[in-house]
Design a protein around this ligand. Structure first.
Ligand SMILES: *[C@@H]1O[C@H](CO)[C@@H](O)[C@H](O)[C@H]1NC(C)=O
Ligand SMILES: *[C@@H]1O[C@H](CO)[C@@H](O)[C@H](O)[C@H]1NC(C)=O
Ligand SMILES: *[C@@H]1O[C@H](CO)[C@@H](O)[C@H](O)[C@H]1NC(C)=O
Ligand SMILES: *[C@@H]1O[C@H](CO)[C@@H](O)[C@H](O)[C@H]1NC(C)=O
Length: 966
């Protein structure tokens, strides 16, 4: 959110700068050409151009019955021989190659074919000595730009943005000695930035962002006398940045998301017109972050028009300079995720100084090392237009000055993960514009005042893990925009106000859109209001560990979106409702309510353990009215009288573990297909190779994991076998239900023994993603202790008869200590020990030895990207620091269509009618999938979505896909 605002600012500014310039260029179209060519050549060239366009009609009224100077998009010189001077056909949906005949329009000054669907190479335009403006951005052009433009010595404006161009930026570009604007961003350009020799005084606007450029930034680049906008962000540029910045006209400088290091120069007097500066490293999917360090120099306060500063995610140390207070125009300041300090009054002086910046609207100091016995009172003097104030994750203690309530324009206030105490009573009710209030994980005390009901815009309220007491105010029910309410781990008492859910059953609830309520771990008593059944969008309701009593309202079964209802450890009495969510043991948790007449499920598992689980699955599946997905017989035969499987049985089933039955080899052993003769069913048998270090442990951890978990998208394990083989060696195996459709990897990469496969369509891909997200959300959020899978990859995703996906291979899964503070919130749950598979391992695993739920989220994101673009993360195209996620991120959103799996492209096209790609609903689903995947692969674990959120998002995407294709 925070970031987007910044890039919007940059974009807005960019437009302001370029517009006047563009007008200038278009004004020069009418000068005479001295050529002796008859203009028939121009006619021939135009016809050749038109001939290569697949859909010229409608968009082009080019008929030979009228003079070509009358054709749309064509501008001719005003006097004979009427040569073509401009060809402007932007945004006409034209499809095809650009004819090289355009290279014969020797009087051409302006060629604008931007925002079409032109493919193939850039035509050779070397003969166009008058060409001044070339706009080919927003097409599908391929190949390199080496030859096309040599000799276009008059070229001043070159815009090739958003194509599929590759190769290097040719050194010859230097010969374009009149170039003022060069825009090559959002392509696949590689190599270094060509060192500018000769005259670069003309260059005013340069954007090379979102490519794969590498190497250092040449010194000359940071010394261009007339440059106003310099965008080198989102590349793989490395090394130290030049120490001297000498760009007296620079307005915007963006070096963010590279692999750069170095310091901000002490002297910024040569960039004194700077308005926006970004050295950040915190955009999605970047694996090689910038690592600028040192102090933020005092000179940062010098450029008088500096408006936006983003230094987030670096290694800046020391105090925050007071000179920031000199920046009268400052509106955006992001210093989050650095190592900035402030230990004493002097260290906090900057906050007082920032009071001078009356335009400050967004300000983040999150995740630094700010210390203080309280947040200084001077916070009150910050701009009254401040909309976001983020100070999460520092070392702040003491109280929040009540006068903070004067910051009444705030939309987001995040003070979570500090040691703040005191009450919120005096100030919270004044911030009536707040949408997000996060005070989680502090030591706040006192009550939530009724005035909280004034914050009618509130969508997210996180008060968990504090020491709040008293009643939950009825006035919370005024907050009709609420989406997530988390009051867990406090000492709230009294009953749950009926006002939250409306007073009358069957009306629209008060929390009309809420999807998550957590009030667990408090001392609430009384009944659950029956009006909770009004909260139709609720997916998660956790009231566990309170003193609630009375019956479990049967009408809760009407909450059709519920994925989790935890009422455990209360004093509920009576019978458990039978329908809806209550039929699904994976959704409802009711244990620790001694007065409830309970399912078998809660009693059996602890007593009989794993074996009874099989029976239970049988029971629960049988209860469902709808046809079960898996044959009951199978479960019946195992549930009732599971035949002990011996080594002999398994040897027999697999033809003595013959190669012909081998279906896979993993880190810890081999998987065979086989048929158990006695039970007459097909199974997959995973035999652990006990000579491999950890294999034994892996067997135990997988058994352990399987003993306690059950979910429809987890590969059903039938039994385990631990015995000795014919030669007297230890033998350990797990027996799974056989998945006839094999694993996802073979489907994605079309390599099942060379036999052409049915293709995996978009709906199937969406459904598989949903299944796996559900399974992971269950492992992370719904088990007694969160379980980390640790090795998510397509070969571990198995497909049954109906192409339902099942997550398998828990060989390295590890449960996590439930006391871990973060459980259930967006931060990670983690545990020790790690393995995984190259390509899918989260980047933080390189640095720490903990595996975490966030690591699984990352792997999930990678798998999702793989499903969309059809390339493995280990594909040779991803090297030199480019990862699958940074690659996709660079192409998001404008170029996504061109990088997705070719079959998906075809599928999306089928839905493009007269409208453009971007209006296509099906394509929007693909974009949404990509967005989720990128949010999963954020380099910083804590910024990733959690699996619960992922699952909710994917369900929504599935819904809109279904709606779009109805
Ligand atoms: C073609 O379209 C343009 C713009 O719509 C119009 O000005 C021109 O007169 C048309 N020419 C013919 C030959 O119809
Ligand atoms: C361009 O002009 C040259 C010489 O006038 C001619 O030989 C060539 O065929 C033309 N190219 C196209 C594609 O029309
Ligand atoms: C470059 O071309 C793209 C695509 O047509 C356009 O959106 C963008 O505004 C252009 N940039 C400038 C600075 O003119
Ligand atoms: C560079 O260009 C400027 C302006 O066009 C000109 O005055 C200057 O002499 C040129 N310098 C060189 C080294 O060519």
């Amino acid at each position: 959110m925070f970031l987007m605002c910044h890039s919007m600012l940059l974009a807005k500014l960019a437009l302001l700068i370029v517009l006047p310039f563009l007008l200038l260029c278009y004004g020069v179209g009418n000068a005479h050409s001295s050529t002796v060519h008859d203009n028939r050549n121009d006619l021939r060239s135009l016809l050749d151009f038109k001939q290569r366009i697949c859909n010229p009609f409608g968009a082009m009224n080019w008929t030979t019955s009228t003079h070509f100077c009358r054709w749309n998009g064509v501008v001719c010189s005003s006097t004979p021989p009427y040569r073509v001077t401009e060809l402007n056909l932007p945004g006409k949906n034209l499809d095809g190659n650009i004819s090289s005949a355009l290279g014969n329009l020797t009087s051409l000054r302006t060629l604008d074919l931007s925002d079409n669907r032109f493919r193939g190479p850039i035509p050779i335009l070397g003969k166009l000595q008058h060409l001044n403006t070339l706009s080919l951005g927003g097409n599908l052009l391929q190949g390199d730009i080496t030859e096309a433009l040599t000799n276009c010595s008059k070229l001043a404006f070159l815009n090739l943005t958003s194509n599929n161009l590759n190769g290097v930026i040719p050194a010859k570009i230097r010969s374009l000695s009149n170039l003022e604007t060069i825009i090559l961003d959002s392509n696949h350009l590689t190599g270094g930035i060509p060192v500018a020799q000769g005259n670069i005084t003309t260059l005013q606007f340069l954007s090379f962002s979102q490519n794969q450029l590498n190497g250092r930034i040449p010194h000359e680049v940071m010394r261009m006398p007339n440059i106003t906008c310099l965008y080198l962000n989102q590349n793989n540029l490395s090394g130290e940045i030049p120490e001297v910045w000498q760009m007296p006209n620079i307005l915007e400088l963006d070096l963010s998301v590279n692999n750069l290091s170095g310091r901000i120069p002490q002297d910024l007097s040569n960039v004194s017109s700077l308005q926006a500066l970004s050295l950040a490293a915190n955009m999605l999917g970047n694996t090689l972050p910038n690592h600028f360090d040192g102090h933020i120099p005092v000179s940062i306060g010098n450029p008088p028009c500096l408006e936006a500063i983003d230094l987030s995610n670096n290694y800046f140390t020391g105090q925050i300079p007071n000179s920031l207070g000199n920046l009268a125009e400052l509106s955006y300041l992001n210093l989050g995720r650095n190592m900035l300090q402030s230990t004493d009054n002097e260290g906090w002086e900057f906050l007082r100084a920032l009071g001078n910046c009356s335009s400050l609207t967004e300000f983040s100091l999150s995740s630094n090392k700010l210390q203080g016995a309280s947040i200084p009172n001077s916070v009150v003097n910050l701009s009254t237009s401040l909309t976001r104030l983020l100070m999460s994750d520092n070392i702040l203690s003491g109280i929040v000055p009540p006068s903070i309530g004067k910051l009444s324009a705030l939309i987001q206030l995040s003070l979570d993960q500090n040691n703040l105490t005191g009450t919120v009573e005096e100030w919270v009710g004044n911030m009536t514009k707040l949408e997000r209030l996060n005070l989680q994980s502090n030591s706040f005390v006192g009550t939530i005042p009724p005035s909280i009901g004034h914050l009618t815009q509130l969508t997210h309220l996180f008060l968990a893990e504090n020491q709040f007491t008293g009643f939950i105010p009825n006035s919370l029910g005024n907050l009709k925009q609420m989406l997530t309410l988390d009051l867990s781990y406090n000492n709230f008492q009294g009953s749950i106000p009926v006002e939250l859910s409306g007073e009358i059953p069957d009306t629209m609830g008060q929390f009309q859109q809420i999807y998550a309520i957590r009030m667990d771990q408090n001392v609430l008593k009384g009944n659950i209001p029956i009006t909770f059944s009004n909260l139709k969008s609720l997916t998660k309701l956790n009231l566990s560990h309170n003193n609630l009593s009375g019956p479990v309202p049967a009408c809760l079964k009407d909450l059709e979106s519920l994925t989790k209802l935890d009422l455990s450890f209360n004093n509920f009495q009576g019978e458990i409702p039978r329908d809806g969510a209550f039929n699904n043991a994976t959704i409802v948790s009711l244990s620790g309510n001694p007065g409830l007449i309970n399912y078998l499920i809660e009693i059996l598992v602890p007593i009989f353990g794993f074996m009874s689980l099989i029976m239970l699955i049988y029971i629960t599946i049988h209860r469902k009215k709808h046809a079960p997905r898996r044959p009951d017989l199978l479960l019946l035969s195992f549930g009732k009288k599971f035949p002990r499987v011996t080594y002999k049985d398994l040897a027999h089933a697999t033809g003595n573990f013959s190669e012909s039955n081998l279906i896979g080899r993993g880190g810890c052993g081999s998987v065979y297909r086989g048929k158990l003769t006695q039970a007459k069913i097909k199974v997959a048998i995973k035999v652990f190779n006990l000579e491999i270090k950890f294999a034994d442990k892996s067997f135990i951890s997988e058994c352990e994991a399987l003993r306690t978990i059950r979910h429809r998208n987890l590969l059903p394990t039938l039994t385990a076998c631990s015995t000795i083989d014919n030669s007297g060696n230890d033998f350990k195996a797990l027996i799974y239900e056989f998945m006839p459709n094999g694993n996802l990897d073979t489907w994605l990469h079309n390599k099942r023994g060379g036999v052409a496969l049915k293709l995996l369509g978009l709906p199937q891909r969406i459904s598989i993603a949903n299944d796996i997200a559900d399974a992971l959300a269950y492992l992370h959020h719904d088990c007694a202790r969160p379980i980390v899978h640790c090795d998510l990859k397509p070969t571990n995703i198995l497909l049954d008869d109906d192409m339902n996906a099942n997550l398998g291979d828990f060989g390295i899964a590890s449960p996590i200590d439930s006391r871990s503070k973060a459980v259930g919130h967006s931060a990670c749950s983690s545990s020790l020990a790690v393995m995984g598979t190259i390509g899918y391992i989260a980047p933080e695993y390189a640095q720490i030895v903990h595996s975490s739920t966030c690591g699984d989220v990352y792997s999930f994101g990678v798998v999702l990207l793989e499903m969309i673009i059809g390339k493995r993360p280990t594909d040779s195209m991803f090297d030199g620091g480019l990862s699958i996620n940074s690659f996709v991120e660079r192409n998001f959103p404008d170029q996504v269509f061109h990088i997705i799996d070719i079959h998906l492209q075809e599928e999306c096209k089928g839905f493009i009618k007269a409208t453009s790609v971007t209006e296509n609903k099906v394509y929007q689903c693909v974009l949404s999938l990509v967005q989720v995947a990128l949010a999963c692969t954020h380099p910083f674990p804590r910024d990733r979505m959690n699996m619960r959120e992922v699952s909710i998002n994917l369900h929504a995407i599935r819904k809109s896909y279904v709606a779009a294709t109805k």
